[in-house]
Design a protein around this ligand. Sequence first.
Ligand code: NAG
Ligand code: NAG
Ligand code: NAG
Length: 509
Amino acid sequence: MRATSLLLAAVGLAGSTVAHPFGETEAVLGPQLQSQEKADAVKEAFQHAWDGYMKYAFPHDELHPVSNGYGDSRNGWGASAVDALSTAIVMGNADAVNTILDHISKIDYTRTPDGVSLFETTIRYLAGMLSGYDLLTGPASDLVSNTENVDNLLTQAKNLADVLKFAFSTDSGVPYNNINITSKASDGATTNGLAVTGTLVLEWTRLSDLLGDDVYAELSQKAESYLLAPQPSSGEPFPGLVGSNVYISNGEFADGAVSWNGGDDSFYEYLIKMYVYDPKRFETYKDRWVLAAESTIKHLTSHPKPRPELTFLSSYNNGNYDLSSQHLTCFDGGSFLLGGSVLGRQDFIDFGLDLVHGCEATYNQTLTGIGPDSWGWDPKKVPSDQKDFYERAGFYINSGYYVLRPEVIESFYYAYRITGRAVYRDWVWNAFVAINATCRTDSGFAAVTNVNAKNGGSKDDNQESFLFAEVMKYSYLTHADDAEWQVQPGDGNTFVFNTEAHPMRVKHT
Ligand SMILES: *[C@@H]1O[C@H](CO)[C@@H](O)[C@H](O)[C@H]1NC(C)=O
Ligand SMILES: *[C@@H]1O[C@H](CO)[C@@H](O)[C@H](O)[C@H]1NC(C)=O
Ligand SMILES: *[C@@H]1O[C@H](CO)[C@@H](O)[C@H](O)[C@H]1NC(C)=O
């Protein structure tokens, strides 16, 4: 998942006679047994976290993995269970899948004591259910015998969208993000963020396509329309790269601050993913992504002085460049790789790999082998106690937290699936082993406070639901057999992953 940084500070192809999708052979795949063992080790980690969640937290939103308590940060509808569904499905974990389906059939989405985030609810709950439906009515249909529980996923997805849809009832159609579903009121904000406005369209369009009812698609595409044709021109300082906030009253941009960081990130991610979802309907989205990608290469590429071979993305505002980046931003390599592969643009693939290597460097250089939540490389801002580290690593750490985010592993996964090179698979494994060694508790996995301290500094008592949805899924899929839901090179994708790593079936029209 993306955009919240501001809050924190199988179908086997194993047989040797079957071609690997990349057209390469054993040298790429490595010994089959080894990969299978690694996939099994990820399953073990998933099961460990799932058992701890079931014992101490279910049906609450998330486990507190140090105190063995629980939290309800996502409206108390069982976020970890719904977010875990598509991962449990691709792992073939029928026990967990059946438990989650039972739970989902009992959720009352009309009730919650807390304010609701349209974005978070869409990417975790709505997408989790839609993905479960697509997988269990498609390539994973063998896993569940109770088809009523599977059909119910779509019913509950509609129920949830019907609860949320009043958020779009504004003068412009740009939604409020923070809403009260009881009073049908909003927080009264005058602007909405780029990512939270622009990361709804995949889920709401998928829902419409499955139901044969355009109302949900239309709401999300109307909101998106302002982002695709930015007004005024100050909202688009470089072709395709747009500001960070739009006015809810009229859809005009409120600023021209450009980045791929949290708050902006998944707007760019969804432009190309909508094209993968349906190239006929979403060609304009692709054109906007291409413009953004070309401008990004031209204007945001940055190389740290001590290690000019590394590539990071800077951000831009009003003539100034900010030389800092975030773990959240590291989905960027995957986005360039997906776009480059789908469009046959080697320049985008090459740039994506540069970004992937930059993000790997943030993992490679710390004591734990896990990268920080944010870092910088501005020679004028190096903290005095990090001068040696900066000279060696090429960056200094702004926030050393690791909160179980997936983006670096996610981009390694795209790099591996699209190039077939074993080094990217090895990087996923290294990261997974480091997370397992540093964050694991008796009941699950905890965020840690300092990735460059022994044992990660101290443990923070929270296990975000995206551990299940994303970290476990990308780590597993990298080492698992080929399957219909895996990312494929070129135009071979039959599924596309939402920003929370929930695979949705693409629309062939
Ligand atoms: C939402 O509105 C209801 C009804 O007006 C109110 O009782 C409740 O406190 C509100 N919830 C939040 C989180 O503000
Ligand atoms: C860092 O990268 C180097 C060179 O690829 C490799 O030899 C080393 O094992 C890596 N270290 C970590 C902690 O990943
Ligand atoms: C993960 O940690 C557990 C507990 O320490 C250990 O038993 C297991 O072997 C580890 N897995 C990997 C792949 O390192």
